[in-house]
Ligand binder design. Structure first.
Ligand SMILES: [Zn+2]
Length: 309
Protein backbone atom coordinates (compact mmCIF):
# COMPACT_ATOMS: atom_id res chain seq x y z
CA UNK A 1 0.00 0.00 0.00
CA UNK A 2 1.32 3.38 -0.93
CA UNK A 3 1.94 6.78 0.54
CA UNK A 4 -0.38 9.63 -0.43
CA UNK A 5 0.84 13.17 -1.11
CA UNK A 6 -1.89 15.80 -0.79
CA UNK A 7 -1.28 19.33 -2.00
CA UNK A 8 -3.20 22.09 -3.76
CA UNK A 9 -1.98 24.97 -5.94
CA UNK A 10 -4.32 27.38 -4.14
CA UNK A 11 -2.13 26.99 -1.03
CA UNK A 12 0.48 28.97 -2.99
CA UNK A 13 -1.76 32.03 -3.30
CA UNK A 14 -1.82 32.63 0.47
CA UNK A 15 0.85 35.30 0.86
CA UNK A 16 1.66 37.27 4.02
CA UNK A 17 3.77 39.91 2.30
CA UNK A 18 7.25 40.67 1.05
CA UNK A 19 9.98 39.09 3.14
CA UNK A 20 7.65 37.00 5.34
CA UNK A 21 9.41 33.73 6.21
CA UNK A 22 6.22 31.62 5.78
CA UNK A 23 6.18 32.26 2.04
CA UNK A 24 4.76 30.40 -0.99
CA UNK A 25 8.30 29.45 -2.08
CA UNK A 26 8.50 27.12 0.94
CA UNK A 27 5.81 24.92 -0.51
CA UNK A 28 7.30 25.17 -4.01
CA UNK A 29 10.65 23.97 -2.63
CA UNK A 30 9.04 20.96 -0.93
CA UNK A 31 7.03 20.00 -4.00
CA UNK A 32 10.06 20.34 -6.28
CA UNK A 33 12.04 17.97 -4.04
CA UNK A 34 9.17 15.46 -4.17
CA UNK A 35 9.27 15.47 -7.98
CA UNK A 36 12.46 13.37 -7.89
CA UNK A 37 12.33 9.93 -9.47
CA UNK A 38 12.55 8.17 -6.10
CA UNK A 39 9.11 9.63 -5.25
CA UNK A 40 7.42 8.41 -8.44
CA UNK A 41 5.41 5.84 -6.45
CA UNK A 42 3.66 8.46 -4.32
CA UNK A 43 -0.10 8.64 -4.87
CA UNK A 44 -0.90 12.28 -5.57
CA UNK A 45 -4.17 14.12 -5.17
CA UNK A 46 -5.74 17.46 -4.33
CA UNK A 47 -7.76 17.93 -1.14
CA UNK A 48 -11.10 19.69 -0.91
CA UNK A 49 -11.88 22.43 1.57
CA UNK A 50 -12.66 21.32 5.11
CA UNK A 51 -16.33 21.62 6.06
CA UNK A 52 -17.53 23.68 9.01
CA UNK A 53 -18.33 20.44 10.88
CA UNK A 54 -14.65 19.47 10.74
CA UNK A 55 -13.46 22.79 12.14
CA UNK A 56 -16.04 23.22 14.91
CA UNK A 57 -14.92 19.94 16.48
CA UNK A 58 -11.88 22.00 17.55
CA UNK A 59 -12.68 25.72 17.30
CA UNK A 60 -15.82 27.59 18.47
CA UNK A 61 -18.19 28.33 15.54
CA UNK A 62 -17.86 32.09 16.02
CA UNK A 63 -14.07 31.83 15.72
CA UNK A 64 -14.36 29.80 12.50
CA UNK A 65 -16.80 32.30 10.97
CA UNK A 66 -14.68 35.27 12.04
CA UNK A 67 -11.58 33.86 10.33
CA UNK A 68 -13.45 32.80 7.19
CA UNK A 69 -15.11 36.20 7.03
CA UNK A 70 -11.76 37.90 6.50
CA UNK A 71 -11.55 38.14 2.72
CA UNK A 72 -9.52 41.20 1.75
CA UNK A 73 -9.59 42.44 -1.82
CA UNK A 74 -6.73 41.22 -4.03
CA UNK A 75 -3.61 43.21 -3.17
CA UNK A 76 -4.80 44.04 0.35
CA UNK A 77 -3.93 42.33 3.61
CA UNK A 78 -5.34 42.04 7.13
CA UNK A 79 -2.89 41.48 10.01
CA UNK A 80 -4.25 39.23 12.78
CA UNK A 81 -1.17 39.62 14.97
CA UNK A 82 2.45 40.72 14.56
CA UNK A 83 3.26 37.84 12.20
CA UNK A 84 -0.03 36.31 11.04
CA UNK A 85 -1.58 37.98 8.00
CA UNK A 86 -4.43 37.14 5.63
CA UNK A 87 -4.75 38.08 1.95
CA UNK A 88 -7.56 37.32 -0.49
CA UNK A 89 -6.49 33.67 -0.77
CA UNK A 90 -5.76 32.89 2.88
CA UNK A 91 -9.21 31.68 3.96
CA UNK A 92 -9.37 29.19 1.08
CA UNK A 93 -5.78 28.04 1.70
CA UNK A 94 -6.58 27.48 5.39
CA UNK A 95 -9.68 25.46 4.44
CA UNK A 96 -7.60 23.39 2.02
CA UNK A 97 -4.88 22.75 4.62
CA UNK A 98 -7.47 21.57 7.14
CA UNK A 99 -9.31 19.69 4.38
CA UNK A 100 -6.10 17.88 3.45
CA UNK A 101 -5.73 16.73 7.05
CA UNK A 102 -9.32 15.41 6.99
CA UNK A 103 -8.85 13.69 3.62
CA UNK A 104 -5.55 12.14 4.74
CA UNK A 105 -7.30 10.65 7.76
CA UNK A 106 -10.07 9.25 5.53
CA UNK A 107 -7.58 7.65 3.13
CA UNK A 108 -5.35 6.17 5.83
CA UNK A 109 -8.21 4.99 8.07
CA UNK A 110 -10.12 3.69 5.04
CA UNK A 111 -7.13 1.62 3.97
CA UNK A 112 -6.66 3.28 0.56
CA UNK A 113 -3.25 4.61 1.61
CA UNK A 114 -0.83 3.41 4.22
CA UNK A 115 0.45 6.84 5.17
CA UNK A 116 -0.12 10.40 3.97
CA UNK A 117 1.88 13.61 3.81
CA UNK A 118 0.04 16.92 3.45
CA UNK A 119 2.20 19.53 1.73
CA UNK A 120 -0.03 22.48 2.49
CA UNK A 121 0.06 25.93 4.06
CA UNK A 122 -0.82 27.79 6.23
CA UNK A 123 0.54 25.54 8.98
CA UNK A 124 -1.56 24.88 12.08
CA UNK A 125 0.22 24.06 15.30
CA UNK A 126 0.19 27.58 16.80
CA UNK A 127 -3.55 28.15 16.21
CA UNK A 128 -5.34 27.98 19.55
CA UNK A 129 -9.02 27.23 20.04
CA UNK A 130 -9.94 30.91 19.95
CA UNK A 131 -6.85 32.63 18.56
CA UNK A 132 -4.90 32.65 15.31
CA UNK A 133 -1.18 32.85 15.99
CA UNK A 134 2.29 32.30 14.57
CA UNK A 135 1.35 32.02 10.85
CA UNK A 136 -1.50 29.58 11.77
CA UNK A 137 -5.30 29.92 11.44
CA UNK A 138 -6.79 26.48 12.18
CA UNK A 139 -5.41 23.62 14.25
CA UNK A 140 -4.96 21.16 11.39
CA UNK A 141 -3.46 18.40 13.56
CA UNK A 142 -6.29 18.43 16.11
CA UNK A 143 -8.85 18.68 13.29
CA UNK A 144 -7.28 15.47 11.93
CA UNK A 145 -7.34 13.75 15.32
CA UNK A 146 -10.96 14.65 16.05
CA UNK A 147 -12.03 13.57 12.56
CA UNK A 148 -10.37 10.18 13.05
CA UNK A 149 -12.38 9.79 16.23
CA UNK A 150 -15.72 11.13 15.00
CA UNK A 151 -15.78 9.63 11.51
CA UNK A 152 -13.72 6.45 11.95
CA UNK A 153 -14.37 5.52 15.57
CA UNK A 154 -10.78 5.65 16.77
CA UNK A 155 -10.42 5.93 20.52
CA UNK A 156 -6.87 7.23 20.89
CA UNK A 157 -4.93 9.51 18.52
CA UNK A 158 -1.42 10.85 19.13
CA UNK A 159 -0.02 14.11 17.75
CA UNK A 160 3.77 14.08 17.47
CA UNK A 161 5.25 17.55 16.90
CA UNK A 162 8.95 17.96 16.05
CA UNK A 163 8.73 21.54 14.77
CA UNK A 164 11.37 23.65 16.56
CA UNK A 165 8.63 25.85 18.03
CA UNK A 166 6.31 24.52 20.70
CA UNK A 167 2.89 23.58 19.32
CA UNK A 168 1.02 25.76 21.80
CA UNK A 169 -2.10 25.69 19.64
CA UNK A 170 -2.31 21.91 19.40
CA UNK A 171 -1.68 21.74 23.13
CA UNK A 172 -4.40 24.32 23.82
CA UNK A 173 -6.92 22.43 21.70
CA UNK A 174 -6.11 18.99 23.15
CA UNK A 175 -5.02 19.57 26.73
CA UNK A 176 -8.41 18.79 28.30
CA UNK A 177 -8.95 15.68 26.17
CA UNK A 178 -7.19 12.53 27.37
CA UNK A 179 -8.20 10.68 24.18
CA UNK A 180 -5.56 12.75 22.36
CA UNK A 181 -1.90 12.57 23.35
CA UNK A 182 0.29 15.53 22.37
CA UNK A 183 4.06 15.13 22.48
CA UNK A 184 6.52 17.79 21.33
CA UNK A 185 10.22 18.47 21.10
CA UNK A 186 11.13 22.13 20.63
CA UNK A 187 13.73 24.74 21.43
CA UNK A 188 13.27 26.65 24.69
CA UNK A 189 13.56 29.57 25.16
CA UNK A 190 11.96 30.43 21.83
CA UNK A 191 8.63 31.60 20.41
CA UNK A 192 5.88 31.07 21.58
CA UNK A 193 7.32 30.66 25.10
CA UNK A 194 5.20 27.70 26.20
CA UNK A 195 6.20 24.02 26.25
CA UNK A 196 7.80 23.45 29.65
CA UNK A 197 7.99 19.83 30.77
CA UNK A 198 5.70 20.73 33.69
CA UNK A 199 2.80 21.50 31.30
CA UNK A 200 0.94 18.19 31.42
CA UNK A 201 -2.67 19.05 30.52
CA UNK A 202 -4.94 16.18 31.60
CA UNK A 203 -1.83 13.99 31.81
CA UNK A 204 -1.90 13.76 28.00
CA UNK A 205 0.72 16.44 27.24
CA UNK A 206 4.42 15.55 26.99
CA UNK A 207 6.88 18.37 26.30
CA UNK A 208 10.61 17.90 25.79
CA UNK A 209 12.25 21.36 25.59
CA UNK A 210 15.78 21.56 24.18
CA UNK A 211 18.28 24.39 24.83
CA UNK A 212 19.59 26.56 21.97
CA UNK A 213 22.49 24.77 20.28
CA UNK A 214 21.20 21.26 21.01
CA UNK A 215 22.28 18.84 18.28
CA UNK A 216 20.80 15.75 16.67
CA UNK A 217 22.00 13.51 19.49
CA UNK A 218 20.07 15.61 22.03
CA UNK A 219 17.03 15.67 19.71
CA UNK A 220 17.11 11.87 19.37
CA UNK A 221 17.64 11.42 23.11
CA UNK A 222 14.59 13.57 23.91
CA UNK A 223 12.43 11.34 21.75
CA UNK A 224 14.06 8.05 22.77
CA UNK A 225 14.04 8.73 26.51
CA UNK A 226 10.96 10.88 27.07
CA UNK A 227 8.50 11.07 24.20
CA UNK A 228 8.57 7.66 22.46
CA UNK A 229 7.99 5.76 25.74
CA UNK A 230 4.97 7.99 26.47
CA UNK A 231 3.72 7.36 22.96
CA UNK A 232 4.12 3.59 23.32
CA UNK A 233 2.33 3.58 26.66
CA UNK A 234 -0.60 5.49 25.10
CA UNK A 235 -0.89 2.95 22.26
CA UNK A 236 -2.39 5.34 19.68
CA UNK A 237 -4.59 3.99 16.90
CA UNK A 238 -3.34 6.76 14.56
CA UNK A 239 -0.26 8.97 14.59
CA UNK A 240 -0.60 12.54 13.36
CA UNK A 241 2.78 14.19 12.82
CA UNK A 242 3.26 17.95 12.96
CA UNK A 243 6.24 17.90 10.64
CA UNK A 244 8.12 21.16 10.95
CA UNK A 245 11.69 21.17 9.74
CA UNK A 246 12.91 24.36 11.42
CA UNK A 247 14.98 22.43 13.98
CA UNK A 248 17.44 22.05 11.09
CA UNK A 249 20.89 23.54 11.70
CA UNK A 250 20.48 25.95 8.78
CA UNK A 251 17.11 27.33 9.81
CA UNK A 252 17.16 31.11 10.36
CA UNK A 253 14.39 31.22 13.00
CA UNK A 254 15.97 28.93 15.65
CA UNK A 255 19.26 27.57 16.94
CA UNK A 256 19.02 23.77 17.04
CA UNK A 257 21.43 21.65 15.00
CA UNK A 258 19.24 18.83 13.70
CA UNK A 259 19.97 17.26 10.29
CA UNK A 260 18.06 15.44 7.58
CA UNK A 261 19.34 12.14 9.04
CA UNK A 262 17.81 13.02 12.42
CA UNK A 263 14.42 13.79 10.86
CA UNK A 264 14.59 10.45 9.02
CA UNK A 265 15.59 8.63 12.22
CA UNK A 266 12.61 10.06 14.11
CA UNK A 267 10.22 9.35 11.23
CA UNK A 268 11.39 5.73 11.26
CA UNK A 269 10.80 5.49 15.02
CA UNK A 270 7.31 7.04 14.71
CA UNK A 271 6.44 4.58 11.94
CA UNK A 272 7.57 1.75 14.24
CA UNK A 273 5.18 2.99 16.93
CA UNK A 274 2.44 3.12 14.30
CA UNK A 275 3.24 -0.47 13.28
CA UNK A 276 3.02 -1.65 16.89
CA UNK A 277 -0.25 0.06 17.80
CA UNK A 278 -1.94 1.75 14.85
CA UNK A 279 -1.85 -0.73 11.93
CA UNK A 280 0.89 1.48 10.52
CA UNK A 281 -1.39 4.50 10.12
CA UNK A 282 0.47 7.84 9.93
CA UNK A 283 -0.83 11.23 8.76
CA UNK A 284 1.90 13.87 8.50
CA UNK A 285 1.24 17.59 8.13
CA UNK A 286 3.77 20.20 7.02
CA UNK A 287 4.37 22.85 9.67
CA UNK A 288 7.47 25.14 9.70
CA UNK A 289 10.91 25.18 8.07
CA UNK A 290 12.35 28.43 6.73
CA UNK A 291 15.68 27.69 5.04
CA UNK A 292 14.39 26.61 1.65
CA UNK A 293 17.13 24.09 0.69
CA UNK A 294 17.13 22.58 4.20
CA UNK A 295 13.33 22.46 4.21
CA UNK A 296 13.27 20.70 0.84
CA UNK A 297 15.92 18.11 1.70
CA UNK A 298 14.44 17.50 5.18
CA UNK A 299 10.90 17.03 3.87
CA UNK A 300 12.30 14.65 1.25
CA UNK A 301 14.10 12.65 3.96
CA UNK A 302 10.86 12.53 5.97
CA UNK A 303 8.76 11.31 3.04
CA UNK A 304 11.46 8.81 2.06
CA UNK A 305 11.12 7.31 5.54
CA UNK A 306 7.33 7.27 5.32
CA UNK A 307 7.65 5.31 2.05
CA UNK A 308 10.26 2.90 3.36
CA UNK A 309 8.56 1.82 6.55
ZN1 LIG B 1 8.23 26.30 13.71
Amino acid sequence: MSVLLLTHPDCLAHDMGEGHPECPDRLRAVLRALEAEEFADLLRDRPEEAAREHLIRVHPPDYVEAILGIRPAPGEMVALDADTVMNHASARAALLAAGAAVRAVDEVCGGQARRAFCATRPPGHHAERRRPMGFCLFSNAVVAARHAQAAHGLARVAICDFDVHHGNGSQDCAQDDPSILFCSSHQMPLYPGTGAAEERGAGNIFNAPLPPGADGAAFRAAWRDALLPALDAFAPELLVISAGFDAHARDPLAQLRVTEADFAWLTDRLCEVAERHARGRVVSLLEGGYDLPALASSAAAHVRSLMRA
